[in-house]
Write a protein that binds this ligand. Structure first.
Ligand code: ATP
Length: 248
């Protein structure tokens, strides 16, 4: 049995009186590719922010790589790609390589376990993995949406994380870039063994990669892990609400 990479047990979360998560349980094993789906406003981004410690649940247990989040400090092992617009200013005057390198140096300064002297090799690798080697000297603001998305991914990959948490990474990029992005994800998951948890309203491009599907509905998380159930849940136009009635 693989190690548990992410674990949530009986997690409750509210914004004020607005209850978002009502006793959520989730176990993600090393090497899993987890799709998280649910209606707009169902709490998918909230869930991912709780996993990376940006929001603190009112109650319940959250563990990363076997460690209670309260004591977890190996953040270089976790790569989090938030919804793009929230952190990026396209007029920021930096090249692709500078963005990726600076992120690594910040991570290294925060973690004694990352060796700064390896920066050059790690940046090269992250650029190569995301197909950006040829664009390294380009100003990031001059890139297409799909290329920028790959820069964000390279930035996250540079510290060689074991878990990738992606919040709607395909939004706002064209079909060709989506395809490239998804084949990179396939490589990271299948070849490098990186655990992936991806929030998406459109799971179709990664449907073949998903081995665990988490459906968020009215504060409850329903997890499917058999290929038949996943296929059934991912049928086009299937209303997520129906998953409630499939549970024993
Ligand atoms: N900081 C906040 N304060 C108060 N309410 C919030 C806050 N952030 C989100 N919400 C509300 O919590 C609910 C869940 O939001 P969340 O962004 O987690 O949903 P989501 O499933 O990711 O939505 P979408 O698919 O539209 O991105 C929504 O009703 C949202 O309006």
């Amino acid at each position: 049995m693989n190690n548990v990479a992410i674990e949530l047990h009986d997690v409750h979360f509210s914004y004020g009186h607005h209850q978002i998560l009502k006793g959520v349980d989730l176990k993600v094993y090393s090497g899993d590719f987890v799709g998280v789906i649910g209606a707009n406003g169902s709490g998918k981004s909230t869930l991912i922010k709780i996993i990376v410690g940006l929001l603190k649940p009112q109650s319940g247990l959250v563990k990363l790589l076997g460690k209670d989040l309260a004591h977890f400090n190996e953040w270089h092992r976790i790569g989090y790609l938030s919804q793009k617009a929230s952190f990026f200013n396209p007029s920021f005057p930096a090249t692709v390589q500078e963005i990726v390198r600076n992120h690594f140096l910040v991570q290294a300064s925060l973690s004694r376990k990352l060796d700064q002297s390896g920066a050059k090799t790690k940046v090269e690798r992250a650029l190569a993995l995301t197909g950006l080697s040829g664009l390294r000297h380009q100003m990031v603001g001059e890139l297409s949406g799909g290329q920028q998305q790959r820069v964000f991914l390279a930035r996250v990959l540079v510290s060689e994380p074991e878990i990738l948490l992606l919040d709607e990474p395909l939004v706002g990029i064209d079909a060709g870039s989506q395809e490239l992005f998804c084949s990179s994800l396939e490589y990271f998951n299948r070849e490098l063994g990186i655990t992936v948890l991806m929030v998406t309203h459109n799971p179709e491009p990664v449907a073949d990669l998903i081995n665990r599907l988490a459906c968020l509905e009215e504060g409850h998380l329903f997890v499917h892990d058999s290929p038949e159930e996943i296929k059934h849940e991912l049928q086009p136009h299937r209303h997520v609400k129906q998953t409630m009635f499939l549970q024993p």
